[in-house]
Write a protein that binds this ligand. Structure first.
Ligand SMILES: Cc1ncc(COP(=O)(O)O)c(C=O)c1O
Length: 476
């Protein structure tokens, strides 16, 4: 349990994982009941714990069972003990084409063979090529900059919004995730006993998922529920809002979709109240379509952020949007200029990977999207049939290749809805059982599952069969 006297912190692991109805912040350690299958993994973890706090370099990867993966190819991953899995985690979603996609790998090898290096001086042809590709295919982007991670990009987007508007306050979503920095490290899977009942119109307290965030800073951040326009309006009347940042679909608590008119409503409120609308498409971008989910929804944000699927697993992110806003990065008045810098920005390896990924997505009239949609549909229909046959109260929320099973009778519209109805324990139990059988669903309840272009009909059928068998056993 991680709490501070005067400033409650929900520990990041819990923020991602805990059944929210529990009034304890901590979740019980889950013992790996299949330890013999992961003996080599355990050895590597114990070595790494001697040198790395917790033995792993991103706290979000610290889950049970502790498995060390050593290889990824296509839709499959292998662990240190030689076990093979059909992968639906996709490293938190970047591997949209599949692990080690040959087209992307060739592009990376080729830039290195051709002598590309991180020159760190001047511009490069590659970064211009990638920028042009994105501006041509993403309607919301007239001008674009590159960073290394989604968190860097959302941080820069918020700074830009503050610079442009001269305002300090921002609105974030309860149940949204936009990275690890101070503005957004809050209010993800907040237990309901901590966050309190639904308020609308209103706002929720900032519940940090990290220690070390200055209290004064927290006062600038206003969490509201997704799909709640009244609360956005309410907050705008109380504070001078620089920006609202949201994923267009909440994909860090499964798949929580915008209701009809919600994103359009945000656009109208942004215009009326003068805040910058930032769509965080780090998870939705390129996975749901080349133009981002914004294009599908027909809504144009002021700024948009991409990462993950944009380079099929290589570390690069993009921040783009209206040229008049992006030009504040080179504002002629130094007092208005917004600093954007980074030693590794547009490193040739991830830049080449991003170009190749986008080229691949554009090939054959969108064959990648047709394939994943057809597999996603097969998965959804198969799951729904299983739930009906077994009499299980469950629904599948899905957008193309991304889906989530909720053990409740409807798809959630926001965090309170999800936290109040979903059976988190049953969900986690199913995920752990599937891992034993060779299907890797990330073992944390309500996390998105991702299908890639490399998955096959046989993969989906094998997974459905395993799910049917496991659920039957769990009901017994
Ligand atoms: C929607 C969204 N935004 C931002 C981020 C942060 O990206 P990164 O982990 O690359 O910093 C994530 C990461 O999961 C995300 O899902």
């Amino acid at each position: 349990m991680t709490t501070q006297n005067s400033n409650k912190v929900v520990d990041a692991q819990v923020a991602f994982a805990s059944p929210p109805t529990s009034d304890e912040f901590c979740r019980e350690a889950v013992v790996d009941t299949d330890a013999s299958a992961h003996a080599k993994s355990a050895e590597i973890f114990s070595h790494n714990r001697r040198f790395i706090p917790g033995g792993v370099v991103s706290v979000n990867r610290a889950v049970q069972p502790e498995i060390v993966f050593v290889k990824g190819q296509g839709a499959h991953i292998w662990d240190a003990d030689g076990n093979q899995y059909i992968d639906y985690h996709a490293a938190f979603a970047p591997h949209f084409l599949g692990h080690n996609d040959p087209y992307v790998t060739d592009a990376v090898i080729s830039v290195l063979r051709n002598g590309a290096s991180l020159y760190g001086s001047g511009t490069t042809k590659l970064e211009g090529q990638l920028a042009e590709l994105i501006c041509r295919h993403v309607p919301a982007v007239e001008s674009v900059q590159f960073l290394n991670t989604g968190s860097e990009a959302t941080s820069q987007a918020i700074r830009l919004a503050r610079g442009v508007t001269g305002r300090d306050h921002i609105i974030v979503m309860q149940g949204g995730y936009n990275g690890w920095h101070d503005d957004v490290s809050c209010n993800l899977m907040t237990p309901l006993v901590v966050i309190g009942p639904r308020v609308s119109p209103g706002e929720y307290p900032y519940i940090p998922i990290s220690a070390g965030i200055p209290r004064k800073h927290q006062e600038l951040v206003h969490p509201v529920n997704f799909n709640d326009l009244e609360s956005v309006e309410y907050v705008c009347q109380k504070y001078s809002i620089a920006a609202l940042i949201t994923e267009p679909i909440l994909q860090n608590i499964g798949i929580v979709k915008p209701e009809a008119g919600y994103l359009e409503g945000l656009r109208q409120l942004a215009d009326r109240c003068g805040f910058i609308l930032i769509l965080d498409e780090v998870k939705t971008g390129f996975r749901h379509g080349i133009g981002g989910y914004a294009k599908i929804a027909g809504v144009t944000p002021d700024l948009v952020v991409f990462g993950k699927a944009m380079a099929n697993g290589y570390p690069i992110a993009a921040l783009g949007g209206k040229k008049e806003l992006m030009d504040w990065f080179v504002h002629p008045d130094p007092s208005k200029r917004v600093l954007l810098a980074g030693t590794y920005n547009a490193h040739p390896v991830p830049t080449a990977a991003a170009i190749a990924t986008i080229e691949r997505l554009l090939m054959n009239g969108g064959e990648v999207y047709r394939h994943v949609e057809s597999l996603g549909q097969k998965m959804q229909e198969g799951l729904e049939k299983i739930f009906l046959t077994l009499g299980i109260e469950a629904v599948v929320a899905r957008q193309g290749s991304a889906f989530c099973i909720y053990f409740m009778d409807h798809c959630p519209k926001d965090w309170h809805d999800l936290a109040g109805h979903h059976d988190f324990g049953f969900d986690e139990e199913l995920r752990r059982k599937l891992i034993k059988l060779g299907t890797y669903f990330f073992p944390v309840a309500a996390k998105q599952c991702s299908i890639s272009f490399a998955h096959t009909t046989e993969d989906i059928e094998a997974t459905l069969e395993q799910i049917q068998n496991q659920l039957s056993e769990m009901l017994r």
